[in-house]
Design a binder for this molecule. Structure first.
Ligand code: C2E
Ligand code: MG
Ligand code: MG
Ligand code: MG
Length: 282
């Protein structure tokens, strides 16, 4: 059974995986069962415009409600989903759930751009743009209502193919964002050539910037770099009011973090927004 899995390419064979292949195979079959039994949930986290004080966007973050292990966070299964290729099915599920949520919000009169995280494996899939375009059509939502967040390392794995896929997604009207900016290893010259609309400053630089002058310098330089390239700049990991005022001073465009809201079920967003607009304290 193990060998068959491997021949199918369903599992990448490596000594590291081999050590706990039994456990990993069970994780893979659990993930497949989770899709079938609808155990994945679409959570979203709002993004605040520091120019207007309005909530203008949100990020889709997947959660797995496991019957025995309860709430499983993405860091515990996304890396393995990427290794095994299961990520393609998961990304398809997430994009579909995101399109459904976006359509619901639009019907409720809300104008919220929704970001979806995509992985290396997704970018190597030549069919990705047509799959996404099918999902958008099915839910009757515009490509311009979505932004795709990709990490620098995901792009660098196979720059040529990743670039082609990104060009096609961008030509469809989807925005592109570089996630966790500053932690990857891509060259700025390469970034310059990608059809990117947004930079997301990694939360490791934002979390303690009110206490750490070096972090503040890095954040400031990244904001200036992004703006000089004509990009929108988002700070993630905003946990307190001091960071919000610092970011506003530095001209950062959007802020995302626990201080504004923790990720919540997508269906809770409209009610949360009503509440937030009434009691806005930021
Ligand atoms: P990410 O895309 O960089 O997402 C931001 C992460 O920071 C989220 O963790 C979010 O809950 C967390 N976060 C937000 N605000 C704060 C804050 O103020 N303080 C702190 N300490 N953390 C904050 P989460 O939801 O656990 O997701 C972790 C990572 O898993 C994501 O990082 C992303 O790389 C990946 N991921 C999540 N959902 C998906 C998905 O649907 N598809 C793919 N391919 N990856 C996903
Ligand atoms: Mg992200
Ligand atoms: Mg990030
Ligand atoms: Mg991350």
């Amino acid at each position: 059974y193990v060998a068959k899995q491997l021949k199918n390419g369903a599992v990448i064979y490596s000594p590291e995986i081999d050590k706990s292949s039994q456990q990993n195979l069970s994780l893979l079959s659990d993930m497949r069962a989770a899709l079938e039994h609808k155990q994945f949930r679409l959570y979203v986290q709002p993004k605040l415009s520091l120019h207007t004080g309005q909530i203008v966007a949100a990020e889709a973050l997947v959660r797995w409600i496991h019957p025995e292990r309860n709430f499983i966070f993405p860091d515990q299964f996304i890396p393995f989903a990427e290794q095994t290729g299961f990520i393609r099915q998961l990304t398809h599920w997430v994009m579909n759930a995101a399109a459904a949520a976006s359509r619901d919000w639009q019907r409720a009169g809300l104008n919220i751009k929704l970001s979806v995280n995509i992985s290396t494996r997704d970018l190597l899939d030549q069919e990705l743009p047509s799959k996404f375009s099918g999902i958008l059509q099915q839910h009757q939502v515009a490509a311009s209502s979505f932004c795709l967040e990709i990490t620098e390392s995901a792009i660098m794995d196979d720059p040529v193919r990743a670039h082609q896929t990104l060009d096609r997604l961008h030509a469809m009207g989807m925005e592109l964002s570089i996630d966790d900016f500053g932690t990857g290893y891509s060259s700025l010259a390469y970034l310059k050539r990608l059809p990117v609309d947004e930079l997301k400053i990694d939360k490791s630089f934002v979390l303690k910037m009110e206490k750490n002058a070096d972090d503040t310098k890095i954040v400031k330089s990244t904001i200036d770099l992004g703006h000089n390239m004509g990009l929108r700049v988002v700070a993630e990991g905003v946990e307190n009011a001091e960071v919000i005022s610092l970011l506003t001073e530095l001209g950062c465009d959007h802020a995302q973090g626990y201080h504004i809201a923790k990720p919540m079920p997508a269906s809770d967003l409209p009610a949360w927004l009503v509440e937030w607009n009434q009691h806005q304290t930021i």
